[in-house]
Design a protein around this ligand. Structure first.
Ligand code: ADP
Ligand code: MG
Length: 291
């Protein structure tokens, strides 16, 4: 049977918006050594705003945003939802791609008006571009800028520059987790390294792993497990495999990313990591009482 103190702890955690799926998960939460954390949508708001659109020759900004957002209707990614919202704000009329699919954590590929196109981060579009087009893309990206690229029939149509800030109080929350025994905090992001460093440089993270596809996040979690008990926190479908691989998987937010909520041991119903730090403190106390 689950000790009464653990059940009480689970109910107290629920009061903080932290859904713990079982006594075992609460116990593990009380003895985490390493936190592996996703960036976009987890440490950051994930509600990126469009700061600028860089159009290639023959393209205009509105058309780039319209096509990018049209493709991104097929994605639940935080960036995708932000692009669709921005398109609506600008009264652009989106179309449904005739065919298309999301590559989790990278972007979307599909066909609109008979033209094959891709929207996503650098990795996602790189292989679809000729070397000189890729060089043009890299030259156009300001250091540290979050970008979404639109590629139409093998050519770079444009870049959407976005900005996505840290959630309020993230630094203090991570410090609380350290005080509760988390000895190592590692960032695992699908974004570029320069973007990751620009956003999280002041957080004092122990390591930053960038340019990761979902399976890379799994491998990272596996390596970190050699050093102790690993908790992985993420918000997206692209984080789901890593949530399963960790000793404790934590999914942020339930809307949109049902796959990661399903894969997780703990679900954060409120945005931000504050509730999780509260639940860690509760878990440690419950363990002491239950043991
Ligand atoms: P993180 O791992 O930090 O949450 P992601 O791997 O989810 O970041 O996303 C990294 C980058 O991939 C984003 O900055 C964006 O450029 C791109 N990206 C991923 N999915 C999409 C999408 N559906 N539409 C547009 N861009 C995307
Ligand atoms: Mg994310």
């Amino acid at each position: 049977a689950v000790p009464v103190a653990i059940v009480a702890g689970m109910s107290r955690a629920a009061g903080r918006g932290v859904l713990v799926k079982g006594g075992g998960a609460l116990e593990t939460l009380g003895r985490i050594d390493t936190l592996v954390v996703d960036k976009t949508g987890t440490l950051t708001h994930g509600i990126a705003t469009v700061t600028r659109i860089v159009a290639s020759k023959g393209w205009d900004e509105a058309e780039i945003l319209r096509l990018a957002a049209s493709l991104d209707q097929l994605s639940q990614h935080a960036i995708a939802r932000a692009l669709v919202a921005e398109a609506h704000r600008r009264d652009l009329v989106l179309v449904m791609p005739q065919e298309g699919r999301e590559v989790a954590g990278e972007g979307v590929e599909g066909t609109i008006d008979g033209r094959a196109m891709l929207v996503g981060g650098r990795q996602h579009v790189a292989s679809a571009l000729a070397p000189d087009e890729l060089a043009a893309l890299d030259a156009a990206v300001p250091a540290g800028a979050l970008i979404v690229a639109l590629v139409v029939e093998g050519r770079l149509a444009g870049l959407i520059l976005m900005q996505d800030g840290l959630r309020d109080g993230v630094g203090a929350t991570l410090a609380r987790m350290r005080a509760l025994g988390v000895g190592r905090i590692v960032l695992a992001t699908g974004d570029r390294r320069d973007v990751a460093l620009a956003v999280t440089g002041d957080l004092g993270l122990d390591a930053v792993a960038a340019d990761l596809v979902p399976q890379d996040k799994v491998a990272l979690v596996g390596r970190e497990k050699a050093g102790g008990s690993v908790m992985m926190v993420g918000d997206g479908v692209n984080d789901a495999p890593a949530l399963v691989a960790a000793d404790l998987g934590v999914a942020m937010g339930v809307e949109g990313a049902a796959a990661s909520a399903e894969a997780a041991d703990i679900i954060l119903l409120r945005d931000g990591l504050d509730g999780l730090a509260d639940a860690m403190a509760i878990a440690r106390r419950s363990r002491r009482i239950a043991l």
